[in-house]
Design a protein around this ligand. Structure first.
Ligand code: NAP
Length: 149
């Protein structure tokens, strides 16, 4: 984000914690960003993802780059989840969060001939016993964006 800010980019910042977004927004302004808005919310929630894009377009009028960075990790063996549903947030954030955002952003990115940047992980290609669902979520992202191109 600091690289974008130093280049004077206009930024719409998204995360769940507003207090952290306020800090990143202020730092981005100091580094040179021309305009920064924050939109608190959860990428695992499809309505929030629509809101992130709608508010960005309402404020800036266009979208050049979508950066899908939000992700949560895992450091537990698959059989040690106390209930299997506890694994859901990993896939919901890492895979569905990126794909929801991409779905709502695509009409505007096509107009601007913009770009999608997605943060995957070496774990998407390398087996890791303590990161089964995390690895699966990153492998799914890799295959999804390869197919989307
Ligand atoms: N750190 C590594 O070694 C490493 C290695 C390979 C890949 N990656 C990937 O790089 C990305 C960033 O990792 P990091 O280590 O910088 O993680 P981090 O320090 O935990 O930061 C994650 C960011 O995502 C946000 N976020 C998490 N869940 C969210 C949700 N449901 N909705 C909206 N925002 C959410 C967090 O803010 P809130 O908590 O306020 O929402 C935070 O700003 C991830 O995709 C990760 O998988 C990291």
């Amino acid at each position: 984000m600091s690289t974008y800010a130093k280049k004077g980019a206009y930024l719409a910042l998204v995360a769940r914690r507003k207090d952290r977004l306020d800090i990143v927004a202020e730092t981005s302004r100091q580094l040179g960003s021309g305009d920064v808005i924050i939109i608190p919310g959860d990428v695992a929630n499809v309505e929030d993802c629509k809101k992130f894009i709608d508010e960005t377009i309402h404020h800036f009028g266009k979208l050049d780059h979508l950066i899908n960075n939000a992700g949560i990790s895992q450091s537990i063996l698959f059989e040690d989840f106390s209930q299997i549903q506890d694994a859901n947030p990993i896939m919901n954030t890492n895979f569905w969060g990126s794909t929801y955002m991409t779905y709502f952003a695509i009409p505007y990115l096509l107009k601007s001939k913009g770009r999608i940047i997605v943060i995957t992980s070496a774990a998407g290609n390398l087996p890791s016993p303590l990161a089964t669902i995390y690895s699966a979520s990153k492998a799914a992202l890799l295959r999804f964006y390869e197919a989307l191109i």
